[in-house]
Design a binder for this molecule. Sequence first.
Ligand code: FMN
Ligand code: SF4
Length: 681
Amino acid sequence: MTSNDPLLQPYQLKHLRLKNRIMSTSHEPAYSEDGMPKERYRLYHAEKAKGGMALTMTAGSAIVSRDSPAAFGNLHAYDDAIVPWMAELADACHEHDCKVMIQLTHLGRRTAWNKADWLPVLSASPVREAAHRTFPKTAEDWDLDRIVGDYASAAQRMQAAGLDGIEFEAYGHLLDGFWSPATNHRDDLHGGSLDNRLRFTWRVIDAVRAAVGPDFLVGIRMVADEDFEKGLSKQEGIEIAQRLASSGKFDFLNIIRGHIDTDAALTGVIPIHGMPSSPHLDFAGEIRAATKFPTFHAARISDVATARHAIAAGKLDMVGMTRAHIADPHITKRVMAGEEHRIRPCVGATYCLDRIYEGGGALCIHNAATGREATIPHVISRTEGPLRKIVVVGAGAAGLEAARVLAERGHKVTVLEAASQAGGQIRLAAQNPRRRELIGIVDWRLAELERLGVEIRYDIWAGLDNVLALDPDAVVIATGGLPQNPPLDGGDGLVTSSWDIIAGAVKPAENVMLYDDNGGHQGMTAAELIGKAGSKLELLTPERFFAPEIGGMNHVPYMEAFHRHGVKITINTRLQQVRRDGNQLVATLVSDFAKGWSEERRVDQVVVEHGTLPLDELYLELKPLSKNAGAIDYERLIHGGDIFPDKNPDGRFLLLRIGDAVQARNIHAAIYDGIRFGLRI
Ligand SMILES: Cc1cc2nc3c(=O)[nH]c(=O)nc-3n(C[C@H](O)[C@H](O)[C@H](O)COP(=O)(O)O)c2cc1C
Ligand code: SF4
């Protein structure tokens, strides 16, 4: 039966038939190895292809020149060795009728000189880029000649690999560096008038066309309004879009609004949770109307309803749902099956993107299979081994994920939860109104558990008796942890936990000090809530910079709140002790750097954040009764085989401990524990 869902209608892009309107825009997940898209990269895209999307745009900013060194694992499009790797990736996606393109770029000033070949980084003019702390050199004539040629040969490589097309990246990189008055101060043939500022772009597209011919699809992901005073105006952006569209040299536009040279600006282009949904969709629609040209766009179009609206309302021809597919690569399949409600939601946490800027690979906060397709399946199949009766203690992130995976495998699962609601620390984190979308991580799992017939018993502080009464074959301890104080010389009883502030159990006092030597969201959330409550707050950390566990994009809204509410930040300073003085507290501060230095602060409340201590009592009680005495064979966990060593012939069940019940970590680690151990029972 043919569907009349606007999202599922095919789209004809020149000669290319895209089977529906759903795509993933270019993004570098930093899965490359030696600059090549090897197995991990291929499996990642092949999974989306299996999931039914029409077009996956690979790489993000695959680099065309050596003086554009990889900033976050970018693919080396300048190297012939990439051709067979890209060909294999394209074949793997084409098998599912998913078309494949790649984004090519010269990063310009958006990279660093002290990487790869240590070549100088360049731009239209020597304007510093804050995000990479680069002072670029002015691109010379011989640089431009060389780079034009590099674009052409990179495009040829992609054509040779059997890709369906390419797009140029033109926001925050070299090409648009010439367009923007903020970064182009030249007085030669490449500066001044719009004709001059577009000259380099024309040279690049002409060389590429000469190399790949008129039929290979070439588009441009372009900024059409930098949205700041000194930047490219909307008026000029539309003018550029119209000129490129009517030139007959390009096949599609992929629209960007904003600029990306600071973390704060980047979140305008790629908003995180708590920021507006689809903020630039209408703008992209305006460009489509002004150019009457194939238009793509992505920016926090996370749900199917918004994506459908984008197509139905004629704002876009292809809708990018990029992070949404990192969270669930099978969105289209679900839409086709009438199972939209089962899509694992992208909750906007942007753990994925923050990780690549910290030098890691993109990982989804609550889909541990993404980027791990070689070892963790996105679709859990039934076990061929014995079906077991399993008790999961704790319905936080780790416990819910373990229960979901175990139930998918066909086991009979009962969950015991001490609280009256599931979610553990996620529910706590979602108390921050700005981060309330996080509860989607819990709600999605609860819905899946209901579908799978898993019983959750609430308000049970599970002890030995509760567990043994269920006569389990396996027990999963996912009891989480409880907040602990930092080591203090005195005043343990005088401090307030960050959790109590976040949960609303303790109100922020008038004059507060918050000491955070954990560096994650817990301390920052407490600080945000204290600031917003109108208290005077000093945030203190012994680290070189505050909140080191939080990436640049998640940093932005915290810092905004701190500025707006006058939160004072003190780094490199340790809390030594707290004492009472009248109805106030006196905090003694010391320094790791200057022995003997100390200062005092007089405040009404000292809030502390020092991670959690595992709630492991039940685990320790169950250990001697279990077959494996709680032990896990890590070699087998990683390389395959039975992970439960036989330690106790009289043991009655297998015993596993996961998530923060083992050690204080984060949501992704808890989810990863839940699935990777769940798959092994
Ligand atoms: C891990 C990651 C890396 C990205 N790298 C690039 C990139 O190299 N080039 C690019 O144009 N966009 C890049 N993006 C941005 C995405 O293409 C997309 O514009 C953005 O995620 C907003 O769309 P979404 O809300 O559907 O995720 C990246 C996004 C992510 C999540
Ligand atoms: S980490 Fe967050 S933003 Fe990124 S894909 Fe997962 S849910 Fe979406």
